[in-house]
Design a protein. Structure first.
Length: 621
């Protein structure tokens, strides 16, 4: 953990570094120097720098710090071991174990030891680079530099690590992300050069285009029957590599791997082609479509992402915002979500799914300014990822959320799975998901204790948010500024807000209507010490699992799903549930009481530990 002194000195450096980086980005091509890739669309909203936001005491801060500490303390030799082994270099240190090692995989024995060697190295590198950007922790930057240098030493011009490798696109995509993030966020001097060497070598291991799973089944890998690579997720990081390096090679490669024929073209035309696809990687692919829109100006890809996300929410999502039982999408209208409650405990691939969900909702929010994407992000935040157990030092990880009739939290069976890679990336991204920047002001998207600071025309401005939301309806925002300045503050008013949300400035209620499902705005000359208060009435309501199972409902309070703590699924009348009373305790419990006097504790997922629970309750008919 860093001291406040370190943070203050870092903020000074960060302000200078951000200004330098911004100057490089907006410099026109004719000005010479670094040629940054051009962006076709400047989105109406942009993210702040990681260093502009400080998370204050909250579950989000705790998750970020747990992830940061876990990967900061993970031994470099262990992380680099598989790459050194293939390169015939001395490879000291313990094996990582689980998915990460070189050998031992057997699909027949369902033995995932050595499933995809080194698959998550790039994600840990990316997470550390983002954590450095957010905190200015020098040990973190030093580790990023050591890992990039250590990896570079193992990389030959043909990237022989990938000879007969099970999932080359899958692991390359994560290495690509880690290296461009080490360059962009930690100013690593080697990362972009290593990235180019790797990418030029990878071309030999990748197919000529993005392959759907159907297409992959028709051309199995020569060494193994495992053929599910994820070429269709490559474009997002390749477009970012183009924007960060200016090299058109990356842009052209990105275009080649857009899964147009079987995915984006039908989605853009409104055809729901999600059923039977692998859930997380196909939501992750929406972010590639968004980068095609941002980088190339392709309206078709924006339509594909917008339509695809809409289909995800309307036809594939549980009340928690999670989706894809058994990691697959089902056919709409057949009651597949309700049926899954009695057929599987693998209801939602939580860290990966939440990471993909945060990215696509952030992109769509930046482009459309539509509050519904913030609402969706928030639902996933409070009901899925904030309830995930932290990654352990030995790689033991949380993977699936369980929405079965009677569910339980469990650890995943194999160490260092995919979800150990996305969790620290997502936790770092809480910084860039809370506030967004507009040309005329600031959007407050998530309600969580935090501080935002930014510079504009020589002035220094800030917001400090205090709240216990979603356990309290009140949000207070204190404004600071080195001088008075006119700008607009936008606050997301969730669509589920009860009647009459209240927004006031310095104790005076804002006269414009505050409409649920929109961003409410206040434009004025803000002065140091101004105070905004927002009260979002938290409504108690029921939501069904799907239209085919109208008797399976979840109780919701504001954005929170309240799960029944019970060893078997309880049964209630709907009005009994809607009369539930808060217990006013530390775990945010509610108490639902039936007419016969029997009572069940209702608890948010984020406060559930080892106890059995039911996400959905059976309505008495
Ligand atoms: Zn995963």
């Amino acid at each position: 953990m860093h001291t406040s002194f370190t943070r203050r000195s870092f903020l000074k450096c960060a302000a200078a570094a951000t200004a330098a980086s911004y100057a490089a980005r907006v410099r026109p091509a004719w000005a010479g120097g670094v040629d940054r890739g051009s962006i076709a669309i400047h989105t109406p909203l942009t993210t702040f720098a990681y260093s502009d936001v400080e998370l204050l005491d909250s579950p989000l801060k705790r998750q970020f710090e747990e992830n940061h500490a876990c990967f900061l303390h993970l031994d470099d030799d262990r992380l680099l071991k598989v790459f050194r082994q293939v390169a015939d270099l001395p490879a000291p240190g313990e094996d990582m174990g689980g998915w990460y090692d070189l050998t031992g995989f057997s699909l027949e024995r369902n033995d995932f030891h050595g499933f995809i060697a080194g698959h998550s190295f790039g994600q840990y590198l990316s997470a550390l680079a983002r954590a450095w950007a957010a905190t200015g922790s020098e040990p973190t930057r030093a580790k990023v530099n050591r890992l990039v240098k250590g990896y570079a030493e193992t990389l030959d011009p043909k990237a022989k690590f990938f000879v007969d490798y099970r999932l080359p696109a899958y692991t390359y995509d994560k290495l690509s992300c880690g290296l461009i993030d080490a360059h962009e966020f930690a100013n690593d001097p080697l990362a972009m050069e290593v990235h180019e060497k790797l990418t030029r070598a990878m071309v030999a291991y990748l197919p000529e285009k993005a392959l759907s799973r159907q297409e992959q089944r028709s051309r199995p890998h020569k060494e193994t029957s495992y053929t599910w690579d994820e070429t269709y997720t490559l474009p997002e990081n390749l477009f970012l590599a183009y924007q960060r390096s200016g090299k058109t090679f990356y842009r052209d490669l990105a275009k080649k791997y857009l899964e147009d024929d079987t995915y984006f073209n039908p989605l853009a035309q409104g055809n729901n082609v999600l059923p039977f696809e692998h859930a997380y990687s196909h939501v992750n692919a929406f972010s590639s479509a968004m980068q095609a829109y941002i980088t190339l100006g392709s309206e078709k890809h924006l339509r594909a992402a917008t339509n695809g996300f809409d289909m995800l929410v309307k036809t594939q999502s549980f009340v928690t915002g999670g989706w894809g039982p058994d990691e697959a999408f089902g056919e709409p209208g057949r009651g597949q979500l309700g049926d899954s409650l009695s057929s599987t405990h693998a209801s939602f691939e939580t860290p990966c799914g939440a990471y993909g969900h945060f990215k696509i909702t952030r992109y769509l929010l930046r482009v459309t300014k539509d509050a519904k994407y913030g609402d969706s992000m928030e639902r996933v935040l409070y009901n899925t990822i904030l309830g995930a157990w932290p990654v352990q030092a030995d790689g033991t990880s949380f993977y699936y959320s369980d929405y079965a009739t009677t569910g339980k939290k469990v650890w995943y069976g194999q160490k260092w799975p995919c979800c150990s890679g996305t969790f620290p990336q997502l936790a770092a991204d809480y910084h860039v998901s809370t506030y967004l920047r507009a040309s005329d002001g600031v959007y407050v998207n998530l309600f969580t204790p935090s501080k935002l600071s930014w510079s504009d025309n020589g002035g220094r401005y800030g917001l400090q948010q205090e709240t216990r939301y979603p356990f309290s309806p009140q949000v207070t925002v204190r404004v600071s500024g080195s001088k008075p300045k006119e700008y607009t503050l936008y606050f997301r008013i969730p669509v589920w807000s009860g009647p009459d949300p209240v927004l006031s400035v310095n104790g005076n209620r804002v006269s414009d209507p505050v409409q649920p499902g929109t961003f409410a705005s206040v434009r004025r000359t803000w002065k140091d010490g101004d105070r905004v208060e927002l009260e979002l009435p938290l409504s108690l309501r029921l939501e069904t699992v799907d239209a085919n199972h109208p008797n399976l409902v979840a109780l919701m309070h504001g954005p929170l799903v309240l799960l029944a703590v019970a060893d078997s699924q309880p049964s209630f009348e709907s009005n009994e549930l809607l009369r539930a009373k808060p217990a006013h305790n530390a775990t945010g419990d509610w108490q639902a009481t039936a007419a016969d006097g029997s009572s069940v504790t209702m608890r948010p997922f984020m406060n559930i530990d080892k106890e059995s629970y039911s996400t959905y309750i059976l309505l008495k008919s």
